[in-house]
Design a protein around this ligand. Structure first.
Ligand code: TRP
Length: 357
């Protein structure tokens, strides 16, 4: 399998290693990534450098989280024989391109990015965030464009970052490749641009509610069901999904938190319709009954993930993970070096060509 000879369109996406993946990640993006592997040349980036932007004092944790997220990916069905799992800190072209894109992105524009604003608020960063924290948004432009992808499958919160990336790609193509500003995005490469204008792809459920029934599912809010939870843990958490309904005969709201889960994870549409109908009327249907069925269904979905995970959780599993990262990153570097060279040619930085060994 030679990456040089494939003609498939590319896909790139990544995660900052901050903890285990949960069902919100699955329906928001990971499921999409798994299904795109056969049709696209896929790159899945471990954004471990980004983890340092808010946790620089915790290198040990970041390292472990990096390994753990690979286990989550592999168990979810990312196939390292087909796709490339890429370690950001071993792709020098990304760091270099970050500099160049920093020059093409306005400071004010960056500060208006709603994801950055929300993060500053939610993480309580006040005005004490590092320069590197802002830099990560530029780094993310480089993460993406180093692989010249067509699609970037992400959760909804990442869409503003993809928009910044699209602006930077357009600007580069116009400044250094002579692409006319009126050129439609889809024709940017045909018109001589180095970079395609990539598109964000958001999963089928952009915001999965947590088991508290109120907030978006999130590790830090303690309302998450993890891909790595045991069958018992899953059922226990499902049983906690809050609806406020008191009895099987009380008419219920078929769009409440419980039914958001039902819609996201139960695929028998007739059964779902029947449950909704009876729930709405309070036709002797308890929340507990639905939760049992839902929990079983989620566990059926997670079971193959548990099987795929087992060898990586066994002794020596971390070494297997590191081998997979090494191999994927090697293949990724071939691609990223090629992109960087083409960018340098456009920028008249092509004094001579280097070899990464
Ligand atoms: N910022 C993303 C997150 O926190 C992770 C990420 C880093 C990413 N680089 C990327 C996502 C490139 C898509 C493309 O989830």
């Amino acid at each position: 399998m030679s990456d040089q000879t494939t003609t498939k369109d590319r896909v790139l996406t990544g995660d900052t290693p901050t903890g285990r993946l949960h069902l919100g990640h699955w329906v928001g993006s990971v499921e999409n990534r798994v299904s795109m592997q056969r049709d696209y040349e896929c790159y899945f980036l471990l954004a471990n450098m980004h983890a340092f932007t808010t946790r620089a004092e915790k290198p040990g944790e970041i390292r472990q989280d990096t390994i753990e997220i690979v286990k989550d990916w592999l168990s979810a069905g990312i196939d390292p024989e087909v796709s490339r799992i890429v370690l950001q800190t071993e792709v020098p072209a990304i760091s270099e391109m970050t500099w160049y894109f920093a020059m093409l992105t306005g400071y004010g524009r960056l500060m208006r990015n709603p994801t950055i604003k929300t993060e500053i608020e939610v993480k309580g960063l006040g005005d004490s965030y590092s320069f590197g924290f802002l830099m990560y948004a530029i780094g993310q432009i480089a993460d993406i464009l180093a692989f010249t992808p067509r699609y970037v499958p992400v959760g909804e919160d990442q869409v503003p970052h993809i928009e910044l990336c699209r602006e930077a790609a357009r600007r580069f193509n116009q400044l250094y490749c002579g692409v006319d500003p009126k050129t439609p995005d889809v024709d940017s490469v045909a018109a001589g641009g180095v970079f395609p204008i990539p598109e964000a792809l958001v999963g089928r459920v952009s915001r999965l509610v947590g088991v508290d029934g109120v907030n978006k599912m999130s590790k830090s809010l303690g309302n998450a069901i993890f891909l790595s939870d045991t069958p018992k843990q899953v059922q226990k958490k499902v049983n906690k999904i809050f609806t406020g309904r008191q009895s099987p005969t009380e008419p219920g709201d078929p769009s409440n938190a419980l039914f958001q889960f039902v819609d996201a994870f139960m695929d028998d549409q007739e059964r779902v319709a029947e449950l909704k109908r009876r729930y709405e009327k309070g036709e002797n249907i308890g929340d507990g009954e639905i939760k049992k069925e839902l929990g079983e269904r989620i566990n059926v979905m997670l079971e193959p993930m548990r099987e795929r995970r087992a060898p990586y959780d066994a002794p020596g599993g971390d070494d297997l993970v590191i081998d997979i990262i090494r191999e994927g990153t090697k293949r990724a570097n071939a691609t990223a070096e090629e992109t960087l060279w083409r960018a340098k040619e456009a920028m008249k930085l092509d004094f001579y060509r280097r070899e990464l060994r």
